[in-house]
Design a protein around this ligand. Structure first.
Ligand code: ACO
Length: 340
């Protein structure tokens, strides 16, 4: 069991999703698929798609403002920004820096982190370490992805899965025993080719050929990712719960990466937890990558599902292949940001 001398956790959450809904019925008109196939294989009924004016930084900004409001904090009280994304506004500057500017902040460190759908968990864990060891008091963590910008709407095996969204959390110090109790981050780079966007980087810069060959879209070997996801959610979930000094039956809620209902059901069964303990919104958003866990956590918190003192497990997997798992003892008493 990991012993912490100071505890940091979530002071407030926020999320944002574009207005436009892309339904399974609409996808039926675009590729050779059916509502029945999509729902039975994935659980997804609809997903949100950003309009042309929306970017990762502007959607992240909306989620960040909601998180600040829920934490009852002003933007000026934040002194660190970490943004998890695989769809930054541009390769550089970092989307976190664009977000810093949108929030009217100056000087504070702001950087992006790329860990695919595990990004939100990675960012929470990195922020917690920086708060514990550095001169920072409060961190803004945002997971945002506009996967619609890198989805091939001619590829039925991927285009039914993905959507756009943003999830945010404000982290700060909490009384002893609350907040993040344990975390595990991991990666298996040897499996990187299972889920990638082949072109647009230094390996294969954008060219006429790369565009014609449709190399700027997500390419995925779905069934291999599926097997990895089920195994890692089980293994990392068990390890992180033990690391927090808990038994599995002390877990009150699991907020898993929202990729596919069948992955969530299989992970629940392996972890020996009832599916009712898993928060699920994949039917409304699809897979929103780095946004997924933050968006789900915000909906769970706002719907009153998370009670003061609850043990919440956040667990995800994604491009890399990566995984992240955290145990949080939820703080929701009185003033969200406590007296620390
Ligand atoms: N509609 C109809 N048929 C389809 C569709 C579709 N949208 N997509 C694929 N099929 C067909 C395939 O062509 C195949 O047909 P065939 O047997 O004639 O060749 C058949 O359905 C079965 O295809 P599989 O790929 O074996 O289907 P599977 O049951 O594995 O489901 C899925 C595919 C949903 C993609 C699944 O593998 C999955 O969810 N994998 C995990 C994906 C995931 O979570 N990715 C996110 C990672 S996170 C990140 O960082 C973005």
């Amino acid at each position: 069991m990991t012993v912490r001398d100071r505890y940091f956790g979530v002071l407030g959450t926020g999320s944002a999703a574009p207005e436009r809904i892309l339904t399974n019925a609409e996808l039926e008109t675009m590729v050779d698929t059916s509502d029945e196939w999509i729902v039975s294989r994935t659980g997804i009924k609809e997903r949100r798609i950003a309009d042309e004016k929306t970017t990762s930084s502007t959607l992240a900004h909306r989620a960040a403002l909601a998180a600040l409001e829920s934490a009852k904090l002003g933007a000026e009280e934040i002194d660190l920004i970490i943004c998890a994304t695989v769809t930054p506004d541009m390769a550089f500057p970092a989307t976190a820096c664009l977000l810093q500017d949108l929030l009217g902040l100056r000087r504070i460190p702001a950087f992006d982190l790329s860990a695919g759908c595990s990004g939100f968990g990675y960012a929470l864990s990195v922020a917690e370490s920086m708060l514990r060891s550095g001169p920072y008091k409060r961190a803004l963590v945002v997971g945002v992805d506009l996967l619609s910008r890198i989805t091939d709407y001619e590829d039925r095996s991927t285009c039914v899965l993905f959507g756009d969204g943003a999830g945010a959390a404000i982290l700060g110090e909490l009384p002893e025993g609350f907040g993040i109790l344990a975390s595990e981050l991991g990666a298996d780079g040897a499996r990187g080719s299972l889920l990638q966007m082949p072109a647009g980087g230094s390996l294969r810069p954008a060219s006429l050929a790369s565009v014609e060959e449709r190399q700027h879209y997500i390419r995925m070997q779905g069934s291999d990712v599926f097997k990895f996801a089920v195994r890692i959610m089980d293994e990392a979930g068990k390890r992180v719960v033990a690391q927090a000094g808990l038994e599995m039956d002390q877990v009150d809620l699991v907020v898993p990466h929202q990729a596919n209902m069948r992955i969530i059901s299989a992970a629940a069964s392996r972890l020996g937890l009832p599916e009712e303990k898993f928060f699920v919104n994949v039917e409304r958003y699809g897979n929103t990558s780095a946004a997924s866990i933050g968006l789900a956590l915000d909906e769970a918190a706002r719907s009153g599902l998370l009670k003061h003192g609850d043990h919440v497990v956040l667990v995800g997997f994604g491009a890399g292949l990566t995984w992240s798992a955290l145990v949080i003892k939820w703080w929701a008493e009185g003033d969200q940001h406590g007296s620390c």
